[in-house]
Design a protein around this ligand. Structure first.
Ligand SMILES: Cc1cc2nc3c(=O)[nH]c(=O)nc-3n(C[C@H](O)[C@H](O)[C@H](O)COP(=O)(O)OP(=O)(O)OC[C@H]3O[C@@H](n4cnc5c(N)ncnc54)[C@H](O)[C@@H]3O)c2cc1C
Length: 297
């Protein structure tokens, strides 16, 4: 197995902050993935599945990071007025978004302008402008933690705001979307969405997107702005001047600066509004909630 030891993770995330993973591997197919899960079990290692790293910040991780970025592929067919798009986990989300724009498909274009893999977007139930990726999802092929591969239809999975059954029940290996052709031209709206992102988000800086989920009936960005976090800086990590919920790396940001600024922001929002912000971004280090031990493989 081409597993690599002691890998620096910073270049594998969009915020470009990261510690060291004890093991790192990029399987290309199910066999290699199963092999990796067995290896993790035999060595009692925690596992973290990594996509584009656009929602992940790493400290040191004394476990096994399994990246999906070599699990690529896209298949497209027609079913009446709908397009059936089957995408492998490591396929960039932009590939299916671009296809949706080219074919004038409903809604998927709303996910334009942010980095993700298809697997990571399904796992996060990524969404924007009132649309979530689970809406047109029809089926997922997954590899369970004990190395079994099987399919689940949409009705067998529960999705909610930035929440899915993954990676809890295993790794998204591929996903099928059934998307109707739109009855109007979507290009103008797509352009508006990109312009909004450019104006309101620090898309040209190393960032991980929204740090916190929006609490029910409110916006995390608004609360953070009201307690003075917009532009607030700890070392080289700051909440963006453009969007108070986006953490940015100003150059040499560190994991401990990330932890400090997040803790400070949560404390201020709680003191002012009595609201406990919940992280959307995955903070991953040894023993954190996101690494998992493989039990049955
Ligand atoms: C500039 C910018 C703008 C953003 N805007 C948005 C936005 O508008 N809406 C939005 O929802 N998000 C946004 N994000 C956040 C991010 O793009 C999404 O959360 C995206 O879905 C993360 O995908 P990823 O492949 O990078 O996942 P990663 O960060 O690699 O992983 C995220 C989580 O998914 C799990 N995971 C990854 N792949 C798999 C898999 N194959 N199977 C099971 N679990 C898996 C990981 O274990 C982890 O828990 C933005 C980020 C940036 C940098």
């Amino acid at each position: 197995m081409r597993s690599i030891k002691d890998v620096n993770l910073s270049s594998l995330t969009t915020i470009r902050i990261g510690g060291i993973a004890k093991y790192f591997f990029e399987p290309r197919n199910v066999q290699e993935l199963k092999h990796a899960l067995h290896f993790a079990k035999d060595n009692n290692l925690e596992v973290f599945f990594l996509g584009r790293g656009a929602n992940t910040i790493f400290g040191d991780f004394d476990g096994f990071v399994i990246s999906t970025r070599r699990i690529r592929g896209l298949r497209v067919s027609r079913k009446g007025n709908n397009f059936l798009i089957e995408a492998m986990a490591g396929e960039p989300l932009s590939e299916i978004v671009n296809l949706a724009i080219k074919e004038n498909l409903e809604d998927l274009y709303k996910l334009a302008g942010f980095p993700a893999t298809v697997g990571g977007a399904v796992a996060m139930n990524a969404g924007a402008f009132g649309y979530e990726i689970s809406r047109h999802l029809s089926e997922v092929t997954l590899v369970s933690w004990d190395g079994e591969i099987y399919k689940l239809s949409k009705s067998e999975m529960k999705f909610s705001y930035r929440s899915s059954p993954f990676p809890e029940i295993g790794m998204v290996f591929s996903a099928v979307f059934e998307v109707p052709v739109a009855s109007r031209n979507i290009r103008e709206e797509h352009r508006r969405i990109l312009n909004t992102r450019k104006e309101k988000q620090p898309i040209n800086m190393p960032t991980c997107g929204s740090t916190f989920k929006n609490p029910s009936g409110n916006y995390a960005g608004r609360l953070l702005e009201r307690v003075g976090m917009k532009g607030y800086r700890v070392g080289d990590v700051a909440f963006s001047d453009l969007h108070a919920n986006f953490l940015v790396n100003l150059g040499n940001g560190t994991f401990s600066q990330v932890l400090k600024i997040i803790e400070g922001a949560k404390r201020r929002v709680f003191e002012e509004f009595g609201i406990v912000l919940e992280e959307e971004v995955r903070i991953v280090e040894s023993g954190s909630a996101y690494g998992r031990k493989v039990c049955g493989a």
